[in-house]
Design a protein around this ligand. Structure first.
Ligand code: IMP
Length: 214
């Protein structure tokens, strides 16, 4: 059973491959140019792309996965949100930092609240005529400077919120059992990112809906 992941983003493929490997499901990249509908709803985008790609599946009983994500920054009224790819191409991570330069406090909790943001991912999986949809969220905050290292997209400037003992995200600024200690996704390994990741959460939820475990 092959799971085709429709994306041009190799970072996403690596993360999905790592996650599904724990369930013995091989992931292959599916290159397909779908038209994106004009909407501010990630689920509508993911379902539309899935529908366009289904007729092009190599084998009718293969699985097809589409996953759409965005970074939602509270102080920017949810920008870039569904425009995340466009914002990354035009402003880049430095442009986002510049937009938020004035949002700073010496008090770490207040600083975290001023710079709070979350990643959201919607994953849609098609298999044997059925489509399952799941969402994953990763709350956190935007750093004051970018890091270089692993990751892609906004990873250099996104610091995930700490997690409690059950792996649930805590309010920004609260100390948890698992923490990156202020390091953005871009400064930690992909395996460590998986504990926090919106994408991993969406994929886990997808697998639990499908009864393959998550
Ligand atoms: P997409 O439309 O799902 O490909 O994602 C929208 C934008 O958000 C792209 O520019 C991605 O690089 C970025 N993005 C999505 N997920 C992540 C992530 O896990 N880390 C950093 N950036 C991400």
């Amino acid at each position: 059973m092959t799971l085709w992941f429709m994306t041009t983003n190799e970072g996403k493929v690596a993360e999905a491959r790592e996650h599904f490997s724990h369930f013995g499901i091989p992931v292959r990249q599916f290159e397909f140019e779908a038209t994106e509908p004009q909407t501010d709803d990630l689920e509508i985008v993911a379902l539309s792309k899935l529908e366009q790609a289904i007729p092009h599946l190599p084998e009718p009983d293969d699985m097809l996965l589409v996953e759409d994500a965005g970074l939602f920054i509270d102080s920017l009224n949810g920008f870039p949100g569904v425009y995340s790819s466009y914002a990354l191409e035009t402003l880049g991570v430095q442009g986002v930092l510049t937009l938020m330069k004035h949002l700073e406090s010496k008090d770490p909790i207040q600083d975290g609240n001023l710079r709070s943001a979350e990643f959201r991912a919607v994953a849609a999986l098609y298999h044997n005529g059925e489509t399952t949809v799941a969402e994953g969220v990763c709350p956190g905050r935007i750093s004051h400077s970018s890091v270089e290292g692993e990751g892609f997209g906004f990873d250099p400037i996104f610091i995930p919120a700490d997690l409690d003992a059950d792996g649930e995200a805590l309010p920004v600024g609260e100390m948890g059992d698992r923490s990156t200690h202020g390091t953005p996704f871009g400064g930690i390994t992909m395996e460590e990112k998986q504990h926090y990741s919106h994408r991993r959460r969406a994929l886990s939820s997808l697998l639990s809906h499908l009864d393959i475990r998550g």
